[in-house]
Structure formats: structure tokens, C-alpha cells
Design a protein around this ligand. Structure first.
Ligand code: ADP
Ligand code: MG
Ligand code: MG
Length: 482
């Protein structure tokens, strides 16, 4: 694949940069700057461009289509696992002895279930993330997707990803610099803003109150608020539904349940859907108040996106267990579907006391170069790589090891790009991670919606292990199908 980024001179790059910055600022492809990073941070009105790649990144069309095709299968799988109490119990109880955060979440699940679930419907806005894998000597077009993880709570960048695709199509249309050979149809648009808003609207409609509002559960001081605002605006403009923003602490302070119906009220506003863009990290619960807010929402009649059960299904341990022989087959009866899903798995290994877990432990102590070790955490920056794995394993007891899983490192082909961060260009050798969004609504008896929800491409320098955009490692990119 011709290298888009290297073929341009400095003057052309400067033109692209100016055009990209103006496009980003005028289309809400922005984030709040880190506190006190520059003058813009000193007043609320200051924003900076969201970190983006200047060029779309080549991505094999078959791999892309496959990721899109299997998303509804993953949506259904999440739901089916969430309904299997015994399966969740076995995994979560074993984690609970060594991971206080998982224990808290699982205890909440058990408590709410014991009290009786007020709302049988559930909404999923998921994102399955992949890196492409290429065998030695294989042509780029034959690359296959391998799943990094499946996110079931607070998936972000749906909106900024749609806008980054728009940015790349705009730059190509106005400058033609990417290549005169690129057909604009090779730059597929992503409709995540619309699809996530429409998922929320479907759940709101199912809830059945015209005066109720959708509640986005947010982190205080969210820098990525514009990614969220686009969903709010779309929900209002296209569906006539108002969205309010509340932190977990505010829910605890301002919320109450109708004693008869368990309807959730924030002040005098009834909540139809509790849509979490928070509540996934330990730092989201600095005090007991935040846990109180979460419990109140979980107990309520509001439709949760996600339910606590969906959140638990997103655990890395669940991903690892599913990859073990025969496990996926417990949930998926159709053999073709099993094969499709399994083909997207890479090597995943337990670190428990099973023979497989002990073998994986011994093997990692000998050679951990091609492994990543993951705890049950979300949001980036939590994994352990390469040689550090051996150090970490030596400090953990056999029981503590079980809080982690091991996974084969996926090494994608390296491309070149120019990254635009805080108005500055930076040439880099990069790798990319595709995310595919899924929208799923179940009423407790039957599936109401099971759809694709657009896609995201994140691109990072090869030297960085992690890929979080919010964590500062990666930029938002778009796919150039080849
Ligand atoms: P989180 O829930 O914190 O996002 P991930 O499993 O997605 O956890 O890991 C964070 C990042 O680490 C990924 O975005 C990716 O860049 C890198 N990573 C994780 N697993 C792998 C893997 N198996 N191969 C290569 N990179 C990986
Ligand atoms: Mg991730
Ligand atoms: Mg994650």
C-alpha cells in the first residue's frame, strides 16, 4: 500500500494542518484541554482539537466487513451470558477473593437480583475492539481481525470517530492530497452518533413515559464531553428526547425511587434510561456516596445501559474463559456462528490453579515477550507487557494471580502517519485498532434491536503499548478500505 503520509512536502502538510484544525474546531471534533495546560483551560469556553491522524489508515476490506458482520453475534452473546447466573457466579466469585472492585460490582449484582429486578429490559451500547493479524508472507488484504477486548460499558469516541471520518473525506475532497487514486467510497462513514442516540431513543420509547428523560451518568470534569454532547443533541433533534447529565454523587444526592413503581426521579425529573459514561473505573467511586448513587440507579425502573450484568460480562476474565475449549459452545448453538466468533479470538490463558493456568504461568516465567497480562480493569493504562510480566508474576501469590489473564500480543503491520495533537503535527510509525459499535435492546422476553452502530479507528505510535485516546496514547483515525 502506497504511503500517503510520506508523499507530501512541508507546504502541503501545512495546508492540511490548517484545514484540519479549522474543520475540527468548527465541527465539534474537540476536547477540553487538560487543566491549566494553556490559556484555554482557564475559562470554560476553551477547547482544543481532538487528537486525530491527518491521514486515514489503510485497512483490509475483508477484515473490516467481517468485524461489522460479527458484531450482532457479539451483542447477542453478551446478552445470553448475562442471563446465565451460574456462569457469572463461578467467574465473579473466584475473582472476588482477589479483586475488591470486581467484588463490589458483583455484590451489587447479587443484591439487586435478590431484591427483584425492577426493569426487565436492558440496553447495550457495546464496542468490540480488534487489531489485525498477518501471517508471515501473507498479503495485506488477507489480514484477519483478532479481538483485543469487548467493551460493554461507557464506550466512547463514537461521535468523534464519525467526525474524524468526515474530516478525512473533507480533506481528500478539497485537497486531493491523499491520492488521486482514492475513491471516496473507500472512506466509509460511521453513523455512531445517530445509532447510539437511536438506541437510547428506542429504550426511552420502550420505557413508555413521554415526560421522562434520558440520564447520562458522567464523570465530574469530563474532558471528552463533546463526544457525549453529540449524542445528546442528536437524541433531542431526531427523537425529541431530552438528556440530562448527572454524576454518581449527584444521583445519590438528588435521586429517589417511587416506593411503589421504583421509578427513578432526579429532583422532579423521571429517568427513563440510565446511560453510563462513567462507573467503570475504581476512580469513579472515590467515596461510598458514588456507590450509593450506583445502587439507587440499579434498583430503579430505569432501563440501564448497560445493566450491571452486561458490565460484568465485559470482564477480561469472561473473554478468557470463553476462549477455552467448549465454553463458547455453551452459549452459541449454531456451529457456523461459533466458528465465526472463534476465528476472531487470539490466544488467551488463565492464571488460576487449573492445569492450564499453571502451565501458562510457568511458560510466562520462561518467556513473556509476546504476552500481555491484564487485570479486570477498563479505561487504559492497566496492562503489563513483556518482561514486566515476569516481575509482576514473581510478586503475586498463586491466589492473587487469578485476578489477571494472559493474552498473546497481536502485532499488526506498521504504517506511517502524521498525528495532529494540540495543533502540532508529529510524524510517526503507527499501528491501529478498529472498534465496532453494537446496539442491542432486549425487553426481557425478546430482542427488540440488534444492530451495528458504526466504527472507530484508533492509531498510536508503535513504541506505545497502550492505545487509549483519553489516556493520551492514541489519536482518532478513520479507515481507508483497501
Ligand atoms: P482497556 O479495557 O483498558 O482498554 P485493553 O484490553 O483494550 O484494555 O488494552 C488496552 C490497550 O492495550 C489496547 O487498546 C491495545 O493498544 C493494547 N493491547 C491490549 N491487548 C493487546 C493484545 N493482545 N495485543 C496487542 N495490544 C494489546
Ligand atoms: Mg480497550
Ligand atoms: Mg476496555
Amino acid at each position: 500500500m502506497a504511503d500517503l503520509a510520506s508523499s507530501l512536502n512541508d507546504k502541503q502538510l501545512a495546508i492540511l494542518k490548517d484545514a484540519a484544525l479549522d474543520f475540527a474546531l468548527s465541527h465539534g471534533l474537540v476536547v477540553r484541554p487538560p487543566p491549566s495546560a494553556d490559556d484555554a483551560a482557564t475559562f470554560q469556553g476553551g477547547v482544543i482539537n481532538a487528537p486525530v491522524a491527518l491521514f486515514p489508515t489503510p485497512f483490509p476490506i475483508n477484515a473490516f466487513n467481517n468485524a461489522v458482520k460479527i458484531q450482532p453475534l457479539y451483542n447477542q452473546l453478551v446478552h445470553d451470558i448475562s442471563q446465565n447466573d451460574a456462569f457469572l457466579k463461578e467467574i465473579m466469585e473466584s475473582l472476588s477473593t482477589v479483586d475488591d472492585f470486581v467484588k463490589r460490582l458483583y455484590d451489587l449484582y447479587v443484591e439487586v437480583k435478590r431484591e427483584g429486578i425492577a426493569q426487565s429490559a436492558s440496553l447495550g451500547v457495546h464496542r468490540s475492539d480488534y487489531i489485525i493479524h498477518l501471517n508471515q508472507g501473507q498479503p495485506f488484504s488477507d489480514a484477519e481481525i483478532k479481538q483485543v477486548e469487548l467493551n460493554t460499558i461507557s464506550v466512547s469516541f463514537g461521535s468523534l470517530s464519525s467526525l474524524t471520518g468526515d474530516l478525512h473525506r473533507y480533506l481528500q475532497a478539497t485537497t486531493g492530497y491523499f491520492s488521486d487514486k482514492i475513491d471516496i467510497s473507500a472512506l466509509p462513514s460511521s453513523d455512531s452518533i445517530e445509532s447510539i442516540a437511536s438506541g437510547l431513543a428506542s429504550a426511552h420509547k420502550h420505557y413508555g413515559s413521554k415526560t421522562a428523560k434520558v440520564m447520562m451518568v458522567v464523570q465530574p470534569g469530563e474532558r471528552n464531553a463533546f463526544d457525549q454532547r453529540w449524542i445528546e443533541y442528536n437524541l433531542l433533534n431526531k427523537h425529541g428526547v431530552v438528556l440530562i447529565r448527572k454524576t454518581l454523587a449527584e444521583i445519590a444526592e438528588q435521586g429517589r425511587l417511587n416506593p411503589k413503581t421504583k421509578a427513578l426521579f432526579i429532583g422532579d425529573q423521571e429517568v427513563s434510561v440510565a446511560y453510563y459514561r462513567s462507573a467503570y473505573a475504581t476512580t469513579d467511586y472515590p467515596t461510598e456516596k458514588e456507590w450509593d448513587g450506583r445502587l439507587l440507579a440499579e434498583r430503579s425502573l430505569a432501563i440501564k445501559c448497560p445493566t450491571i450484568a452486561y458490565q460484568l460480562v465485559g470482564a477480561k476474565k469472561v473473554q478468557q474463559v470463553l476462549a477455552a475449549p467448549g465454553q463458547l459452545e455453551r452459549f452459541v448453538k449454531d456451529l457456523e456462528t461459533v466458528a465465526l466468533l472463534r476465528a476472531s479470538f487470539t490466544g488467551l490463558y488463565p492464571l488460576d490453579n487449573s492445569p492450564e493456568g499453571l502451565a501458562a504461568y510457568e511458560a510466562a516465567l520462561k518467556n513473556s515477550d509476546d504476552l500481555v497480562m491484564k487485570p479486570q480493569r477498563e479505561g487504559g493504562g492497566n496492562n503489563i507487557y513483556g518482561k514486566d510480566i515476569q516481575e509482576a508474576l514473581k510478586t503475586l501469590t498463586a491466589e492473587q494471580r487469578n485476578a489477571y489473564i494472559l493474552m498473546d500480543i497481536i502485532r499488526p503491520p506498521i504504517t506511517k502517519n502524521v498525528l495532529l495533537r494540540k495543533g502540532q503535527l508529529q510524524q510517526a510509525d503507527v499501528v491501529s485498532e478498529l472498534g465496532v459499535y453494537g446496539i442491542y435492546l432486549h425487553d426481557g422476553h425478546k430482542v427488540i434491536r440488534n444492530d451495528n452502530g458504526g466504527h472507530l479507528l484508533r492509531t498510536k505510535g508503535v513504541e506505545s503499548n497502550e492505545g487509549g485516546v483519553a489516556a493520551g496514547f492514541a489519536v482518532i483515525d478513520s479507515v481507508l478500505l483497501v
